[in-house]
Design a protein around this ligand. Structure first.
Ligand code: COA
Ligand code: MG
Length: 326
């Protein structure tokens, strides 16, 4: 291990994160009653400019009046390039009393963006006497944001998670896409001809680089990497596949833009009973190996070593955290 210790951000179960437009209060109770680990009330891109002031009022009322149970509750503010953003922060924090957990900052481009919001939030918390420190969720969804992600991730102690915003990222990089967060048949290669002369199309994941980079930077800073939306909410299998590929490289959860996606995210991002059982067996086998003075042993015909312990410990810790959040 390096001499530098990576401090973990405030731990939270963050398998599913439901987006709820602040302009549509009809959806709030349903979001509160559902099984999302995190709900974010949106003041940004799902709200039309003329509706912003009313959406802000709706969101403030919802934070104060609705029973959000044990959910983590977040508000997505407008971008720093708009004139809505300062009032989002000021009104929401001055007019709510300690229930809000997180502020989501969209389209973060530089570390100074985070610094500016931190400064504002810190002043308001001091004046209002808020004892609970608001955490930050940052969306990496522009070329500038991904370019600067390393300094962004280290910009404030409030930051808890980085989120990949696929639709805006596509717009910013001028990527060609077909559906939000889904695969694109153009991002593919043809194999050489086989013996029968046939060639196969091998689809790739056009978001791999961006998500993988975000995951590495998030983990190097003790933050949760979270995958963003999947637009086709009638395609459960497509959602599961997108969720699993994010989980395979270290994401801890995924957005849901429709209640039907919440259960899918919770399913994909919960370690299965089989995985947990195996992890516990690895830990037991290694404990015995250590007692016998061995560094590496075999389990089920495969090598396990000290790195296997770390993976197994991480998995068991996550399963315990999910069980405790119940
Ligand atoms: N949160 C809570 N409840 C939601 C919801 C959400 N995000 N989206 C839909 N619902 C509710 C509907 O109100 C409906 O409730 P009902 O059965 O009590 O009437 C039920 O879930 C089924 O909804 P459905 O009719 O299938 O969808 P819709 O046509 O009402 O809404 C969307 C579709 C996409 C407009 C809506 O899901 C939505 O606004 N999603 C969030 C978009 C967003 O926030 N985008 C920004 C981040 S990418
Ligand atoms: Mg966006």
């Amino acid at each position: 291990m390096s001499f530098k210790v990576v401090e973990e951000a405030t731990p939270r179960v963050n398998r599913s994160e439901l987006a709820v437009p602040g302009s549509n209060p009809k959806l709030f109770e349903k979001a509160a009653a559902g099984d999302a680990d995190v709900v974010f009330l949106d003041l940004e891109d799902s709200v039309a400019p003329d509706d912003k002031p009313q959406a802000r009022k709706n969101v403030i009322q919802a934070i104060n009046d609705i029973d959000w149970r044990r959910k983590a509750l977040s508000v997505r503010i407008n971008g720093l390039d708009t004139h809505f953003m300062y009032r989002d922060v000021v009104d929401v924090l001055e007019q709510t009393k300690g229930r809000l957990d997180l502020i989501m900052i969209p389209k973060v481009g530089t570390a100074a963006d985070v610094y500016a919001v931190d400064m504002l939030v810190t002043q308001i918390e001091a004046v209002m006497g808020h004892t609970k420190r608001i955490g930050f969720e940052l969306i990496i969804e522009t070329a500038l944001g991904l370019n600067n992600v390393e300094t962004i991730a280290a910009a404030s102690r409030r930051i808890e998670s980085l989120h990949f915003g696929v639709a805006d990222f596509a717009a910013s990089t001028r990527a060609r896409t077909t559906n939000i967060g889904g695969a694109n048949p153009d991002y593919a290669l043809l194999t050489d001809k086989g013996e029968d002369g046939a060639r196969q199309v091998h689809w790739g994941d056009q978001w791999h680089y961006a998500i993988a980079r975000m995951v590495v930077v998030a983990r190097a800073n003790g933050l949760r990497p979270i995958d963003g939306p999947f637009g086709d909410f009638s395609d459960a299998d497509g959602y599961r596949a997108a969720g699993r590929r994010g989980g395979a490289i270290g994401c801890e959860g995924k957005w849901a833009i429709h209640p039907s996606q919440v259960a899918l995210a919770n399913e994909v991002y919960s370690p299965s009973a089989k995985e947990v059982d195996k992890a516990r067996r690895i830990l037991a086998a290694m404990k015995q190996a250590q007692a016998e003075g061995k560094g590496a042993v075999a389990l089920d015909g495969r090598l396990i070593d000290i790195a296997s312990i770390r993976q197994a410990e991480g998995l068991v810790r996550r399963a315990d955290q999910i069980a405790a959040a119940g």
